[in-house]
Design a protein around this ligand. Structure first.
Ligand code: DX5
Ligand code: ZN
Length: 220
């Protein structure tokens, strides 16, 4: 898995022109597709579900990084594998038996990710860090695109990086929410590997150029 990735969040795409926006990501320097699945229970919003992901996967030519913001995600692990997910991220706050959930994701041939809300301390992941392929640090409260970045995130990235190093783990650190060209470099310097960017990419005048610019900032 490549490090220092840019993962545009499809949540900010134009759903009436979804194929156009998928092709834009295919043709850009972006590394992954970030797909936000919301159930209206774990977060106060509903995004889109399986049929839409199935169609996205038909056109997408890059890694599909699925971020489940749903309660009891164990119910759908196999479904998301069958739909073409390469990375499946569940929320720490939604899993009673996280270790078991991580093994179930890997058993379906996907990389296993864990997302943590802004209030969740990274120390809680230490005992499973070697089982986690990716930690998604939420830098906004999950549920909506276009929110402002929470500054405490830098501290969490540094603390998590220490835990990863101390345990000799290969875990990637992903940052999700409010990422722009203003905070990208500082996040990478703190230890981040993957930056998700929704509004900053899709609401810009030239998304391809914006992605190229972010790639330059993060390096390869
Ligand atoms: C928020 C989602 C994010 C969101 C990011 O709940 O998990 O992936 O799409 O959007 P921006 O980059 O606009 O904050
Ligand atoms: Zn997300």
């Amino acid at each position: 898995m490549a490090s220092k990735c840019i993962a545009p969040s499809v949540l900010a795409a134009d759903f009436a022109n979804l194929q156009r926006d998928i092709e834009m990501i295919n043709n850009s320097e972006a590394d992954w597709f970030h797909i936000d699945i919301m159930d209206g229970v774990f977060v106060p919003n509903i995004s889109f579900g399986m049929p839409v992901l199935r169609d996205i996967a038909k056109h997408a030519t890059k890694t599909i990084d699925v971020h489940l913001m749903i309660v009891d995600p164990d119910r759908y692990i196999k479904t998301f594998a069958d739909l073409g997910s390469n990375i499946l991220t569940v929320h720490y706050e939604a899993c009673t038996h996280l270790h078991r959930t991580l093994q179930a994701i890997k058993a379906e041939g996907m990389k296993a990710g864990v997302a943590i809300n802004p209030h969740t301390n990274v120390d809680l992941l230490e005992d499973v860090i070697r089982d986690i392929d990716l930690v998604c640090i939420m830098s906004v409260n999950p549920g909506f695109g276009g929110q402002s970045f929470i500054e405490n995130t830098y501290k969490k990235v540094k603390q998590l990086k220490e835990i990863i190093t101390r345990n000799n783990a290969n875990t990637l650190i992903e940052i999700d929410g409010g990422v722009t060209n203003k905070n990208a470099k500082k996040l990478i310097d703190a230890g981040a590997d993957v930056l998700v960017a929704g509004s900053f990419v899709f609401k810009s005048e030239n998304p391809i150029h914006t992605i190229k610019n972010l790639k330059e900032i993060v390096g390869t």
